[in-house]
Write a protein that binds this ligand. Structure first.
Ligand SMILES: *[C@@H]1O[C@H](CO)[C@@H](O)[C@H](O)[C@H]1NC(C)=O
Ligand SMILES: *[C@@H]1O[C@H](CO)[C@@H](O)[C@H](O)[C@H]1NC(C)=O
Ligand SMILES: *[C@@H]1O[C@H](CO)[C@@H](O)[C@H](O)[C@H]1NC(C)=O
Ligand SMILES: *[C@@H]1O[C@H](CO)[C@@H](O)[C@H](O)[C@H]1NC(C)=O
Ligand SMILES: *[C@@H]1O[C@H](CO)[C@@H](O)[C@H](O)[C@H]1NC(C)=O
Length: 398
């Protein structure tokens, strides 16, 4: 994201109405992180026991939800290319220490797949920390458009970590700064990407107000991508939910500023957002730029907690759209709830909704007047996998 954002954020910090005390001592930082992670794990397990996972093959033919009485019922088919890809699955294994794996690096495994790819290829990634492949700090994991249907699968008990520490200001091969887009540790331009039990990191340190400190852990630009049991660690700009239809289930996100950002049309279900902001920040920066676009970030049955004081979202785009439903909002959420990024023109364009949220941060008394407390009817389009057209592409990950 543009560095102007830091400027504006610094200005925000000067507003007297936004002053507050930071309660978390920095010395307890890493232990707080551990506790949060453990909390997430146990919450996750409980959740899994309570909930059925996504429907499997029966979603191949599904009746779409009718709107209102007598609405026509529509038969929705699983995407034909996807169905074909799933019929011919291939598995490759990656083991960092070479024991029992077909490949030592994720990059080598990806490079072995003939392009263009038409079959589901499952990379079984053994436990370990996967740093930039081949010891080349510019050689990062990138899944090109011609390589759809890739699955990264880790072990639920010992997820592999894919790590990096590039930032927007680090020089790329040609000597110019990488920019936020190319800072990503993992970049996915392909469609139909799936990840299960994988931890993504960008470990670059970042102080609010520093220029070029944005460090993306994962960028997803392909459509119809699903993430289960994954975790994403960064500071500023952790997840670049760039564009396309995306589904996140049981995922953990950690960051300080705008840590989920982009134009994506995404459903985050049973997710855990952990702010490590030290001052005022925003959890999301959604960039819907035109009222006719379907893009938006929807959070359902999730948890927002952590440190600092956070807005649920700030309007990167004039028609920025974010909805939180059935989500526990801890006291880190600012009473105002939402930010127009200092541009009042956006107040009438943005769509910032809340529906049946709970917790100290869900108190709507202090909300900006343009925040929407949604009615059942208003919330309906946003609280299911139909928002991401899930019936055509969401299937059991294995
Ligand atoms: C996701 O994690 C939960 C426990 O945290 C586990 O029970 C479940 O099997 C995992 N899902 C997959 C697809 O591995
Ligand atoms: C390689 O890593 C696996 C865990 O992925 C571990 O079980 C195994 O002992 C390791 N082998 C060696 C030779 O270090
Ligand atoms: C990334 O890590 C490497 C190795 O630890 C270090 O040399 C480099 O300065 C770091 N880069 C950034 C931007 O933090
Ligand atoms: C919004 O998108 C529609 C359809 O793509 C386009 O016709 C229209 O010009 C766009 N409006 C703006 C303000 O960009
Ligand atoms: C919500 O916040 C207002 C203002 O701070 C307070 O008076 C009210 O008691 C709160 N409501 C609940 C349910 O906590």
């Amino acid at each position: 994201m543009a560095s102007i954002s830091h400027l504006q954020l610094s200005l925000l910090l000067l507003l007297p109405s936004l002053t507050f005390t930071i309660t978390l001592a920095s010395s307890s930082w890493s232990s707080a992180k551990e506790i949060n992670y453990n909390k997430w794990i146990s919450w996750n397990i409980k959740n899994y026991q309570q909930r059925a996972t996504l429907k499997g093959t029966e979603s191949i033919v599904l009746e779409a939800r009718g709107r209102g009485r007598g609405a026509a019922r529509k038969v929705v088919l699983l995407d034909a290319k996807l169905r074909k890809a799933e019929m011919n699955k291939v598995s490759l294994s990656v083991s960092q220490n070479g024991s029992g794996g077909d490949f030592k690096t994720i990059g080598d495994a990806l490079n072995s797949i003939p392009l263009p790819n038409t079959n589901r290829v499952i990379l079984l990634i053994k436990p370990g920390v996967y740093r930039y492949d081949r010891g080349d700090s510019r050689e990062k994991i990138s899944i090109p458009r011609a390589l759809p249907f890739v699955t990264f699968a880790g072990d639920a008990n010992e997820p592999p970590t894919i790590t990096g520490n590039d930032t927007a200001s680090v020089a790329g091969r040609d000597g110019t700064p990488l920019g936020t887009f190319h800072s990503a540790t993992v970049a996915v331009d392909a469609n139909f990407f799936v990840a299960i039990n994988v931890k993504y990191e960008n470990t670059a340190p970042h102080e609010i107000g520093s220029i070029g400190g944005q460090g993306v852990a994962l960028r997803i630009s392909g459509t119809k991508a699903a993430f289960y049991n994954c975790s994403f660690y960064g500071t500023q700009d952790t997840l670049y939910d760039h564009k396309g239809l995306h589904y996140f289930n049981n995922c953990f996100f950690q960051g300080s500023v705008d840590f989920i950002f982009g134009y994506g049309r995404s459903l985050y279900e049973n997710c855990y957002l952990n702010s490590i902001a030290k001052k005022v920040a925003s959890l999301t920066a959604q960039k819907r730029s035109n009222a006719s676009l379907g893009s938006g970030f929807l959070f359902k049955d999730s948890v927002v907690t952590g440190s600092g004081q956070v807005y649920l979202g700030r309007a990167w785009g004039e028609y920025s759209r974010v909805v939180f439903s059935y989500t526990f909002l801890d006291k880190v959420v600012l009473p105002q709830g939402w930010s127009d990024w200092g541009d009042q023109k956006r107040d009438s364009g943005v769509y910032y909704g809340e529906y049946k949220c709970s917790g100290p941060g869900a108190n709507s008394t202090g909300r900006v007047p343009w925040a929407r407390m949604l009615t059942d009817e208003e919330a309906e389009p946003f609280i299911g996998t139909h928002y991401v057209e899930g019936n055509t592409w969401l299937i059991k990950p294995f």
